[in-house]
Design a protein around this ligand. Structure first.
Ligand code: A2P
Length: 301
């Protein structure tokens, strides 16, 4: 793990460096996205993670253009939505994302979802990702929400191994087995919902500690030990594991809080104590189940 700007960087295979902490904009409404991303960049975030399906790529691009930060110092991830899967459609969708983002090149381009029952479509789409990499439209290619069998099937049929698998990871869903497969294959683990937000998005308004790891006594105890907040302890757990984490917030004070994690570290016992909070239950959809309705979500130009 190297550092840049005092922040750890993860080396992707193929040689590209990716900041270990990024800023996510899933569920950030377009009208709040440019401000949130501008705040994040001003606070020192250098990785911005969006997706065609978040419908806010244009606003992410606006904030990047206005930031005054060199393009080379920013790392921009976006994702291909399933309704654009297929070789030609994927190439066209990447062009559309580049146009909306106002960029010549995407740093990391992810296949947003696996396609559980259509391996040919999955492979054809990955071939397009390989072409985009060869053409320099993207600097690295990866996937999201893939299980070990889905990763292995794709790798068996294609040339380029995904650099990243972006999946649900937080203290209540630690993905031990998937992470072992990532290590074996040289795939970087990128955590979406690193604060366990997904456990709360569709739950009660007033979640208790069973839905909210931010309230768990182990996390609260470590926050007390280090004089940090529960969110900072959880984000540090990701960094100390060697993951990339992309917390989302629209609130300036939390955006600042979530990057203020580079002045402390958890020891191995503390990391293990958080690992032990695993419930084995994901908050997001099961990646092995087909979601035909997702193909009805079309990405507007
Ligand atoms: P908000 O955008 O209102 O700040 P995750 O990235 O794990 O899905 O978590 C995102 C959720 O957690 C969002 O609901 C976000 O709400 C909230 N959140 C983000 N940062 C913090 C923080 N530092 N403390 C508490 N809640 C946070």
């Amino acid at each position: 793990m190297g550092t840049s700007n005092g922040q750890p960087q993860l080396r992707l295979h193929g040689g590209v460096d990716m900041p270990a902490l990024g800023f996510g904009v899933y569920q950030t409404p377009p009208e709040q996205t440019a401000d949130a991303v501008a705040t994040a960049i001003a606070d020192g975030y250098r990785l911005i993670d969006t997706a065609a399906a978040y419908m806010n790529e244009r606003e992410v691009g606006e904030a990047i253009a206005a930031s005054g930060v060199d393009r080379d110092d920013l790392f921009v991830t976006t994702k291909l939505w399933v309704s654009d899967y297929g070789y030609d459609t994927a190439l066209a969708a990447c062009e559309a994302s580049l146009r909306k983002l106002g960029l010549d090149q995407i740093d990391l381009y992810l296949l947003h979802q696996p396609v559980p029952s259509d391996l040919d479509l999955h492979v054809a789409t990955w071939r397009a990702a390989e072409q985009l990499l060869a053409d320099g439209k993207v600097r690295a290619v990866g996937v999201s929400n893939h299980t070990p069998p889905q990763l292995r099937r794709l790798i068996e049929r294609t040339e380029v191994v995904p650099a990243v698998n972006q999946v649900e990871v937080h203290p209540y869903f630690v993905q031990r087995q998937l992470r072992e497969v990532h290590e074996e294959l040289g795939v970087v683990t990128q955590a979406w919902s690193p604060l366990g937000g997904v456990k709360r998005y569709w739950g009660p308004d007033d979640p208790d500690e069973t839905q909210d790891p931010l309230q768990h006594p182990t996390i609260l105890g470590l926050a007390d030990t280090y004089g940090k907040t529960p969110a900072q302890v959880m984000l540090r757990w990701h960094i100390d594991h060697g993951f990339c984490a992309i917390p989302k917030s629209t609130r300036p004070e939390r955006i600042a809080e979530n990057i203020d994690i580079f002045d402390f570290a958890l020891n191995a016992d503390e990391v293990a104590a958080i690992d032990a909070l695993d419930t084995g239950e994901r908050g997001g959809p099961d990646p092995e189940v087909d979601h035909p309705e997702w193909f009805d979500v079309k990405i507007p130009d």
